[in-house]
Design a protein. Structure first.
Length: 282
């Protein structure tokens, strides 16, 4: 990896506080800092003001930017005062990071969905830093790049941080993560803690389609890729793509792509063999 492409992880960890905690770097942090609140509440310096930080808040600070963190008694879900705060934090830098940071202006606090994909990136970086013997230290740097780019994608997908849009995007990510499994509308609504009727309304309002239609779209795209690129049988593809029966899968696939799964596989594999490439579904 060239110096220009370098990414350095200086320290990374997970902290959970049951006792009051205070940290102040008013002269500025020396490196970039990314902090994801996963549990409880705290307060942090954002745009010159100490503001509440809740689960799902991602904080990003650049070098020399003032930083202040206060973990004290905050009201929990029952309205009781308690000290409870959990977070992942990464201090990082490097030439690639400088270039990434300069590409666009990002707010200090970003509201993000706490899905397994995002949390696993933080977790993997922490685990890489804990390795006592690591012949491939650049791996953590690549994970950090993905995390930075994923942050930008989250910003572009839902720049609005209103509670309504935040819930809608959390449902969207739930569907994308669980599309290969069987779930009901109740499961999607329960994931964000609202009623089914409100979940249906918010999702339609945000994306112009229904929860079940979007689920079907994700499953069909998943199946389409596997039909062309995997050696799995068509029956196994239907099952592992979240379809309850092959008969139903066959029907909706033909309706969407104009041909049966078998015909689609044969046609696109012939195109690959002749060097034409896979035809776009639309």
């Amino acid at each position: 990896m060239s110096t220009q492409d370098s990414v350095h992880i200086y320290t990374a960890g997970f902290s959970f506080h049951h006792k009051p905690f205070y940290m102040s770097e008013m002269d500025g942090v020396k490196n970039y800092l990314m902090r994801l609140q996963t549990d409880g509440r705290c307060r942090a310096l954002v745009d010159g003001e100490l503001v509440p930080v809740e689960s799902g808040d991602l904080l990003i600070y650049s070098p020399d930017e003032p930083y202040e963190l206060l973990i004290g008694e905050e009201p929990n879900a029952q309205g009781e005062l308690a000290v409870e705060s959990g977070d992942y934090h990464i201090f990082f830098g490097g030439e690639w990071i400088d270039q990434w940071w300069a590409k666009q202006k990002r707010p200090t606090r970003i509201r993000v969905p706490l899905n397994e994909g995002l949390i696993s990136l933080f977790r993997q970086i922490v685990l890489e830093q804990r390795r006592m013997s690591n012949p491939y230290p650049e791996i953590s740097g690549y994970y950090m790049r993905i995390l930075c780019l994923e942050t930008d994608r989250l910003l572009s997908e839902h720049p609005s941080t209103t509670p309504r849009t935040y819930l809608a995007y959390r449902m969207k990510h739930f569907i994308e993560e669980h599309a290969s499994l069987s779930f009901k509308l109740e499961d999607v609504a329960s994931h964000v803690g609202i009623s089914v009727s409100r979940a249906v309304h918010l999702f339609k309002e945000a994306f112009g389609t229904s929860i079940m239609q979007y689920t079907l779209d994700v499953r069909l795209e998943m199946a389409r890729e596997r039909i062309v690129f995997s050696p799995m049988s068509l029956e196994d593809i239907a099952e592992t793509s979240g379809f309850g029966s092959y008969t139903y899968f066959h029907r909706v696939f033909r309706s969407r792509f104009g041909k049966s799964p078998k015909e689609y596989r044969m046609e696109n594999r012939e195109q690959i063999q002749t060097g034409i490439g896979v035809r776009s579904p639309n």
